[in-house]
Design a protein around this ligand. Structure first.
Ligand code: NAD
Length: 314
């Protein structure tokens, strides 16, 4: 099986590459290293298990050649920073919607028939019931990033309906773990490193979301792809509980040993405009395939805190 992983030098993508290489797939990675880190996959490049293309997926002409001989595309490339949309309004349009169009069009032109897409729980918007099932609708995202994920899902649906593509769409909860390069735990560790006596927390800390460990996420992707075969297979990926930002702050303070740190809340019910304060996905559909997470939300937070402290502080 020849797999193309877009965004394969990124946080989740590099873990997916590890698993695909381990099971013997022939893996190609397309990544412009805008937020990815070549070191994450350098070992596989050196061993010859991975072919790496440093290309910008916004350029369709660059995407077409990397599709040659590919059986399945795992499309993970995107801007990872949801907050950026509050300041720059065309990043998600270009790095999300246009990039997904280019990937699909290059697949069509090259005859590649299968795609797995990294979508997000944020497509559900903020008035969704909790836990949110896959069939909730209408989906009305409140961030520009969420809009680009919804647009990506729509484009994929149209390629399935019009050109006979087969697709797996994964709506991720918050994915955390080793090699994390962004997100609340990463931010808290960096803040405490800069000032061990004070931790600024965006919002009132009562935001509460599901967290899934990255190994669990990648295992779930591969399991769903292996066990389902509809034209479009839509799955929430997450854990079946939540962890509050206050709890995360307490765990990071404990694990960093900065126990004298005061916590300053910036106030309000959310971290930034477009943030969704409370989110939890229904994962029955995933569990019905026999999948169980290794880490619940709080365990994933504690584990991630420990590995990121190692990575960041050495
Ligand atoms: P990441 O930033 O580590 O990975 C994204 C990768 O895409 C990076 O390696 C980056 O260099 C690459 N990339 C971005 N724009 C590109 C372009 N124009 N051309 C080529 N490469 C490009 O982020 P991640 O957390 O690993 O996220 C992976 C995917 O999962 C993304 O689509 C993200 O939106 C989605 N997702 C992540 C989470 C999460 O909690 N981490 C939650 C929901 C969805």
């Amino acid at each position: 099986m020849r797999a193309l992983v877009t965004g394969g030098a990124g946080f989740i993508g590099s873990h997916l590459v590890d698993r695909l290489v381990a099971r013997g797939d022939d893996v190609t990675v397309a990544d412009n290293l805008s937020s990815g880190v070549l070191d994450f996959i350098q070992g596989h490049i050196d061993s010859g298990a991975v072919t790496f293309h440093n290309i910008d997926l916004k350029d369709l002409d660059s995407v077409i050649p990397v599709m040659e001989g590919v059986d399945m595309v795992y499309h993970l490339a995107a801007n990872p920073d949801i907050r950026l949309g509050t300041r720059i309004t065309d990043t998600d349009l270009k790095e999300g919607t246009i990039v997904t169009y280019n990937v699909l069009e290059a697949m069509r032109l090259s005859g590649v028939g299968k795609i797995a897409f990294a979508s997000s729980s944020v497509v559900y918007g903020e008035d969704a019931p909790m836990p949110t099932p896959e069939n909730h609708g209408p989906c009305l995202p409140i961030s520009l990033y969420g809009a680009s994920k919804q647009a990506g899902e729509g484009l994929i649906g149209s390629w399935v309906g019009t050109f006979g593509l087969q697709a797996w769409i994964f709506r991720f909860a918050n994915i955390i773990g080793e090699r994390g390069t962004h997100g609340v735990i990463f931010d808290f560790i960096h803040k405490l490193r800069a000032d061990p006596n004070r931790l600024e927390v965006l919002g009132n800390g009562l935001q509460e979301k599901s967290y899934m460990e990255v190994g669990d996420c990648v295992d779930a992707i591969l399991l769903v792809v292996s066990k389902t075969d509809a034209p479009i297979n839509l799955y929430n990926l997450g854990s079946s509980d939540t962890c509050s930002v206050r709890n995360i702050a307490a765990i990071v303070i404990r694990e960093t040993g900065c126990t004298g740190a005061s916590i300053d809340y910036t106030g309000g019910d959310r971290g930034w405009a477009g943030d969704i304060p409370k989110a939890m996905l229904a994962i029955n559909r995933l569990q019905d395939l026999g999948f169980r997470v290794n880490y619940d939300s709080e365990e994933a937070v504690a584990h991630t805190t420990r590995v990121l402290i190692e990575e960041i502080m050495g």
